[in-house]
Design a protein around this ligand. Structure first.
Ligand code: FA5
Length: 344
């Protein structure tokens, strides 16, 4: 019997080495290790042997079975790996290669600059809040000293959601200034707020104008606020964002909801004052409108203008980003072009 088992073992192992597929291997396992295999029958027949022969024959049968079993496992491993290799196009699989890194997302440049602007004002004691993009005529115009038929409505080409004749019409806010009213209706002085958000205008686009852009509104109201506070706050802001060496121009401007009104422009990074397409040959790019809150606006919100005064400003975030990073056209920001966006 011992000889038979040795013959069986060497025949089985020789056959095993020739196998090429997992299904051939399975047939081999059934033949040599399955319930009806010669080896299993030999093990069953052990009980018929006299006890002295049974011990040696049993040990031998078990050793043959263990050897076939372990060779079977090893061959199965080899054939499984080569099957994976074939299924990935015959290329060899190098399991030691490092995994591919997933691309990491980042914030849009405008979001980054909004965060930077807000943190400059937060350091100066301003709170950050937001407000609705769909606004009532009252907040966008009326309460800001711009009644129906006021020529200043032409300064803000409006996207109306209802008929513009309707006094309760809704619109897409043309600026963040309506939030001045909402803040003063809800809070009592002292007030220091900045409000970032989207604004919309029915305008043709060019290198510095888009139909949707972001503004950050600012409002400070207290018992002794002067034009000097306004200028110092905004010059400090410009120094924080553009550095000390960039030219800043402050001059008068008109907005019905402030008195006096002003604007700030920054030296054009592209021509350094020489004149180019971006700055319309002026050498300057306007970034914000500002002024001392008009006494009528304060009074309309229930704040006594003989006791309190305040300043407000509204800055264009895309313009600031253009100047900060030397972008030559505002329309890049929303083109969805990753070659542009990956630079920030
Ligand atoms: C206003 O929107 C006033 N609400 C600002 C203000 C607030 C004045 C508080 C006084 C007190 P203006 O229309 O100038 O003002 O816009 C302010 C800034 O928004 C501009 O300086 C510019 O930086 C930006 N801006 C205006 N129109 C566009 C546009 N079409 N595309 C991109 N940025 C724009």
């Amino acid at each position: 019997m011992a000889d038979e088992l040795d013959v069986l073992e060497s025949a089985a192992l020789a056959e095993l080495r020739e196998l090429q597929t997992l299904s051939q291997l399975e047939a081999w396992r059934v033949r040599y290790l399955g319930k009806k295999s010669t080896l299993t029958s030999a093990l069953r027949a052990l009980s018929a042997l006299p006890p002295e022969q049974r011990r040696t024959a049993g040990a031998h049968s078990n050793a043959v079975k263990a050897s076939l079993q372990s060779e079977y496992e090893a061959r199965k491993q080899e054939l499984s790996l080569s099957t994976i290799g074939e299924s990935i196009g015959g290329a060899c699989l190098d399991v030691t290669l490092p995994g591919r890194a997933l691309p990491i997302g980042r914030l849009h440049p405008i979001t980054q600059v909004i965060q930077e602007i807000c943190s400059v004002f937060a350091r100066m004691g301003f709170q950050v809040i937001d407000g609705p993009e769909v606004e009532w005529d009252y907040y966008n115009f009326e309460a800001l000293n711009i009644p129906q038929d006021h020529p200043a409505r032409d300064m803000f080409a409006t996207l109306w959601l209802d008929s513009s004749e309707d006094r309760n019409a809704r619109l897409l806010r043309t600026h963040t200034s309506p939030m001045q009213i909402r803040i003063m209706e809800e809070h009592r002085p002292p007030l220091r707020f900045v409000v970032p958000g989207r604004t919309y205008r029915y305008e043709a686009t060019d290198a510095t104008h888009d139909w949707m852009f972001h503004q950050v509104e600012g409002l400070a109201v207290d018992s002794d606020i002067t034009l000097r506070d306004l200028k110092e706050t905004l010059f400090e802001f410009c120094r924080s964002i553009f550095g000390r060496d960039t030219g800043v121009r402050f001059r008068c401007d008109y907005f019905p909801f402030v008195e006096p009104g002003g604007e700030i422009a920054i030296e054009c990074f592209q021509c350094r004052g020489g004149g180019c397409r971006l700055c319309g040959s002026t050498g300057w790019l306007e970034i914000l409108g500002t002024g001392m809150v008009h006494p009528d606006v304060l009074a309309r919100c229930g704040i006594d203008p003989s006791v309190y005064s305040g300043f407000a400003f509204g800055m264009g975030v895309e313009r600031i980003t253009i100047l900060r990073y030397g972008v030559d056209d505002i329309r890049h920001f929303y083109s969805g072009d990753f070659r542009f966006l990956r630079q920030f």
